[in-house]
Design a protein around this ligand. Structure first.
Ligand SMILES: Cc1cc2nc3c(=O)[nH]c(=O)nc-3n(C[C@H](O)[C@H](O)[C@H](O)COP(=O)(O)OP(=O)(O)OC[C@H]3O[C@@H](n4cnc5c(N)ncnc54)[C@H](O)[C@@H]3O)c2cc1C
Length: 208
């Protein structure tokens, strides 16, 4: 039976929801407060149709990172510290979800794969040419801790059906810490006893 729907917000979420409903034969009205669709968060983003970023942020590491970013002018994410009930309850919910970090990451990977498949299929169906490239995305890690964390995330994503390949490569890095130096030696035996440890390494994980 056909129904009538009103979708509020013409970003990627609203537009694709309206599209999916219309495809099922429903009558849809999409309401957007800006003059055009996708003028807010969906405007000029990174343009990646990737499932590789499915790791959820709900974990203590994000909280610590966020706290450090408060004091950094060039932080990638800024939080307005002015308190409000909505903000406090949002943070409480964010932290309360952290025990489900692993299961939520696996579930998000599954969802992301399905969403990506829908977007590819819809673009093809509607003949939308947007210079799509399916060559994968490089993730570059500059230290052992970052790479080790990515390896753990890869295991979770794989449980959700997303495989990421990982490999080792060389890049310069000044002021190697002792931990990094030891790691590089064990990761790259050929470099052991090298007199040229002026700055080496990082690794890459890349996925779809
Ligand atoms: C810098 C940056 C880079 C990113 N890069 C990527 C990427 O490469 N790949 C990726 O997948 N994701 C990326 N993202 C995330 C992605 O852009 C967002 O998750 C996505 O755009 C959110 O879409 P949305 O439709 O939920 O929200 P929005 O795009 O913000 O849409 C919400 C819409 O609702 C409208 N609205 C709100 N309230 C009302 C109201 N009361 N009445 C009418 N209309 C209303 C707003 O005007 C807006 O148009 C990036 C995000 C950022 C900030």
């Amino acid at each position: 039976m056909n129904k009538s729907f009103v979708v509020i917000g013409g970003g990627i979420t609203g537009v694709t929801t309206a599209y999916a409903l219309a495809q099922r034969g429903h009558s849809v009205t999409l309401i957007e407060r800006n003059r055009y669709a996708a003028m807010e968060t969906s405007f000029a983003n990174g343009g990646q149709l990737s499932a590789s970023n499915a790791e959820v942020w709900n974990c203590w590491a994000t909280v610590y990172k966020g706290m450090k970013w408060i004091f950094k002018k060039e932080a990638p994410l800024l939080v307005n510290m002015k308190p409000s009930w909505h903000k406090l309850s949002w943070f409480a919910e964010f932290i309360a979800s952290s025990p489900r970090y692993e299961s939520n990451t696996i579930a998000t990977a599954k969802l992301a794969i399905q969403a990506r498949d829908h977007l590819f299929a819809w673009a093809q169906q509607e003949n939308i040419d947007f210079d799509l490239k399916k060559e994968g995305i490089l993730h570059i890690y500059r230290d052992k801790a970052g790479f080790d964390h990515a390896a753990k995330v890869s295991t979770l994503l794989a449980a959700g059906g997303l495989t990421r390949r990982m490999s080792v490569f060389l890049m310069t890095k000044p002021n190697l810490s002792r931990a990094d130096s030891v790691w590089i030696d064990s990761a790259l035996p050929a470099l052991q006893n090298s007199t040229e440890k002026t700055g080496i390494s990082g690794r890459i994980a890349y996925g779809r």
